[in-house]
Design a protein around this ligand. Structure first.
Ligand code: GDP
Ligand code: MG
Length: 440
């Protein structure tokens, strides 16, 4: 990915005091390749590289940063800029009902996103939401949205059999007015490919409904195709924003970088899971970090190199890799490492989202670290290796030894179990590699 390519760049540029046309040329070639591999559209890549070059050349390298790191900084900033810089909020400031029209190809995630967005607006903006389906072409489509509506407790507009999309839309609009809905989300039909009939229909719905938001829903996994579709929709409809779905899939991130450039409209929401809570406001800075690799892994590794006992980290990485069980001694060692790395909260900020969510389930805060160590210290080596032998009498002894209550010992054991699960997850993912790379 972009990160591994860029870390090579950092090495080659080490020791140069300034970014020059010469020393960044190779680096930029790498960046360009990485972007193309990530499925970013060619014109976008060209413009991007030109901008990075302009910003980077002649830039003084400040403080402890190497020129390579400085370049990575410029690239990071430009990736954010490419996605619009700031988070773009949904616009609801109009006389209610604020109509949100959903457009996009079949399978892009319009219906699912309609439900998710309704839930999000109800929970975060305290809005009364009406869900409306104008997808009369597939018998199951209206029902699908109705089901979502009942799952989240949103109101659902009852479509009469035989009603045409335009009739549904205007009936729903009066319904929303008389029932005092703040927001009305209109789901539409999609086709497998763009065709005139579909564009005409959604264009007519747009004219009739005068939506405050016309959101183009697009599947991130479609890469270049997504870009072409986006272009066609942007030409046919006055879009106001984009919902990029299926970011949880193994998309290469390119669509996120190209969409604004092609449509001129910002990504407002991202679909990050199939479930109804899986819609999030889109943050360009977070996406940039994601595209550049795993969270701020570079920063984490740097700090780690200062604080962590390398050999211990290596040992743990090996152990995880060999699939041997993670025991309480390892758990304690992790706590010590966390202390060295500036505490749990500092570390969490730098982990990629998925891992940090897993870690949050463990619910460890900095204050607990000291007490946890005391409890584990009060255990015998055998108990640390095999926590399952800890019955009531042993727990009482340990609690007394550590100066805590038995409940606290129990809580620690529960956290340990969570951590064990987390370690399994991490060893499946990239954590092993990450720990090993801390060696530097
Ligand atoms: P529509 O044809 O545009 O209405 O698409 P649907 O809303 O029916 O979604 C098509 C499929 O994509 C369904 O199986 C959804 O569950 C799935 N889907 C939609 N959004 C997401 C997402 O953000 N993540 C994942 N994993 N699946 C999604
Ligand atoms: Mg649908």
């Amino acid at each position: 990915n972009l990160t591994s390519r860029l870390s090579g760049v950092i090495k080659t540029l080490r020791g140069e005091a300034r970014l020059t046309e010469n020393n960044i040329q190779e680096a930029l070639r790498e960046v360009r390749m990485a972007l193309l591999e990530a499925d970013v559209a060619l014109p976008v890549v060209k413009e991007f590289i030109a901008r990075v070059k302009e910003k980077a050349v002649g830039k003084e390298v400040i403080g402890s940063l190497s020129p390579g790191q400085a370049l990575v900084g410029v690239v990071h900033q430009e990736i954010i800029a490419l996605m619009g810089g700031e988070k773009a909020d949904i616009n609801l400031s109009t006389v209610p009902p604020a109509v949100i029209l959903m457009a996009g190809l079949q399978g892009a995630g319009k219906t699912t996103s309609s439900g998710k967005l309704a839930k999000w607006l109800m929970e975060n903006k305290k809005k009364k939401v009406l869900l409306v389906s104008c997808d009369i072409y597939r018998p199951a489509a209206i029902h699908q949205l109705g089901l979502l509506a009942s799952q989240i407790g949103a109101d659902f507009f009852p479509v009469q059999t035989g009603q045409q999309p335009k009739e549904i839309a205007s009936a729903a609009l009066s319904f929303a007015k008389t029932h005092f809905h703040d927001v009305m989300i209109v789901d539409t039909a999609g086709r497998l490919a763009i065709d005139e009939a579909m564009m005409k229909e959604i264009g007519e719905l747009e004219t009739l409904l005068k939506p405050i938001e016309t959101l183009f829903v697009v599947d991130a996994m479609q890469g270049q195709d997504a870009v072409n579709t986006a272009k066609a929709f942007a030409e046919a409809l006055p879009l106001t924003g984009v919902i990029l779905t299926k970011l949880d899939g193994d998309s290469r991130g390119g669509a996120a970088l190209s969409v604004l450039h092609v449509t001129g409209k910002p990504i407002k929401f991202a679909g990050v899971a199939e479930k109804l809570t899986g819609l999030e406001p889109f943050h360009p800075d977070r996406m940039a970090s994601r595209i550049l690799g795993m969270g701020d892994v570079l920063g984490l590794i740097e700090e780690a190199q200062r604080g962590v006992d390398q050999r211990e980290a290596e040992k743990l990485a090996k152990k995880m890799k060999s699939g041997k069980s993670f025991d309480l001694s390892d758990f304690k060692m992790q706590f010590q490492q966390m202390k060295n790395m500036g505490g749990m909260s500092a570390m969490m900020e730098k982990l990629p989202t998925q891992l940090s969510q897993a870690a949050q389930n463990v619910k460890i805060d900095d204050k607990v670290i000291g007490r946890t160590e005391a409890i584990i210290n009060a255990m015998t080596p055998q108990e640390r290796a095999k926590p399952e032998i800890l019955k009531a009498s042993r727990k009482r002894r340990i609690a007394a030894g550590a100066g805590v209550t038995v409940q606290e010992v129990n809580r620690l054991l529960a956290q340990f179990e969570q951590a064990q699960k987390m370690m399994k997850m991490m060893s499946k993912g990239g954590m092993t590699k990450m720990l090993r790379s801390m060696k530097g």
